[in-house]
Design a protein around this ligand. Structure first.
Ligand SMILES: Cc1ncc(COP(=O)(O)O)c(C=O)c1O
Length: 370
């Protein structure tokens, strides 16, 4: 759909390629990267990010939903894709027929898949529960049942095993070490039950950055690929240089002077103490630009301008240090004339993690690729 509005998120695909190359350098030789493009590529656009990752040598993709994998296939992406979420068993045939790998962690799921509809063999990666307590096979008995059942199904194949860490973003976490041990133990059992090659992968960005030597064949890099550090302590390791790939910009649509005592926006929560220049910026909570950013700032002409008054659904107001022309560029995330607002700054203000910032920006904001 053609976009008419003058608010846009810029996605720097070169930065994504650069980040992948930096992450690859961290890992020992022959260890590979699985590109995590769930949640529309963390809000950056899954298809464009996947294509960029594949162009720089990534050869496996990961998403959370079957819908997300189907979208990649519909856009011509032929690389292997793993879905980590539980796909309802009635739709396993969709994955099989599109060559999409699914996760298995319950024997009942396996019993209920509709494999008579499969036109191709369905690849499965078994997820081990090792300490995250989210999804995963919990007992060796259940693992044995799953392997045994797969052995007797001629259109289903076990091709991989994985787990997910709960605390890899902390420095030197004991739970991380414990999860590694539990994984190795389950993997040993699996090797006796299922001789033959299996692809194994354990790490996310935090584990891959902190413990590159402990990673298995693949590391599932998500947030770091987009140029964000998984936590402040991991950033503090200074072991990899990442470039934030997304920036967010808009333009002033009205500039006016209000006189001392006049107020701005719903509830009149901001009232000027002196005559003040106010600029209106066309972005609001309907775009995912949250109301609680009211006391944050934007960049204009390389300077911080505070957001004043309540943020509306479609627009917000900022206090200007002088009159500017309508059309003047305003930067909400990223670089503007040498000044910068990082996703981490917004996350800090909103008392959340940087992961949430690009994901919260809705599809009303066009993504422009550079
Ligand atoms: C199973 C799994 N692997 C990898 C990732 C990627 O994590 P990160 O973005 O921290 O690299 C996620 C994200 O939540 C995940 O759920």
């Amino acid at each position: 759909m053609k976009q008419y509005r003058n608010t846009w998120a810029e996605i720097n695909l070169e930065a994504i390629g650069y980040n992948i190359q930096q992450l690859k350098k961290l890992l020992p030789d022959k260890r590979k990267i699985m590109g995590v493009v769930k949640a529309n590529g963390y809000g950056h656009g899954s298809v464009q990010v996947a294509q960029t990752a594949l162009n720089v040598g990534v050869d496996f993709l990961m998403v959370a939903l079957l819908e997300e994998a189907v979208k990649l296939r519909e856009n011509g992406i032929k690389a292997p894709i793993l879905v980590i979420g539980r796909v309802p068993p009635a739709y396993a045939y969709v994955a099989a027929n599109l060559g999409i790998t699914l996760s298995v962690f319950q024997i009942d799921w396996l019993k209920n898949i509709d494999n008579d509809k499969f036109e191709k063999t369905l690849d499965l990666h078994v997820e081990f529960e090792t300490g995250m307590n989210r999804t995963g096979v919990c007992t060796l008995n259940e693992l044995e049942e799953i392997v045994e059942m797969v052995r007797h199904m001629d259109n289903v194949k076990l091709t991989g095993a994985y787990t997910h860490f709960a605390t890899a973003d902390e420095i030197g976490s004991e739970l991380f070490e414990e999860q590694c041990k539990r994984y190795e133990k389950m993997l040993e059992s699996l090797a006796t039950l299922h001789p033959g090659p299996l692809m194994t992968h354990i790490g996310n960005s935090a584990a891959g950055i902190q413990y590159p030597d402990k990673m298995h064949q693949y590391t599932r890099f998500g947030v770091a690929m987009y140029g964000l550090y998984p936590s402040i302590p991991i950033r503090g390791l200074n072991s990899v240089d990442l470039k934030q790939a997304m920036s967010l910009h808009s333009e002033l649509i009205q500039v006016k002077k209000i006189i001392a005592g006049e107020c701005v926006s719903y509830g009149a929560t901001f009232c000027a103490e002196k005559d003040t220049w106010i600029g209106t910026v066309p972005i609001g909570y309907g775009d995912g630009w949250r109301r609680s950013l009211q006391d944050f700032h934007v960049l204009l002409n390389g300077k911080k301008m505070p957001i004043v008054g309540r943020i509306c659904m479609d627009v917000m107001m900022i206090e200007l240090d002088q009159p500017y022309e309508v059309g003047q560029k305003v930067t909400l995330i990223g670089e503007n004339n040498g000044a910068i607002i990082e996703m981490d700054d917004l996350a800090n203000h909103l008392d959340t993690i940087n992961y949430e910032i690009p994901c919260m920006l809705t599809s009303r904001i066009p993504r422009v690729y550079v």
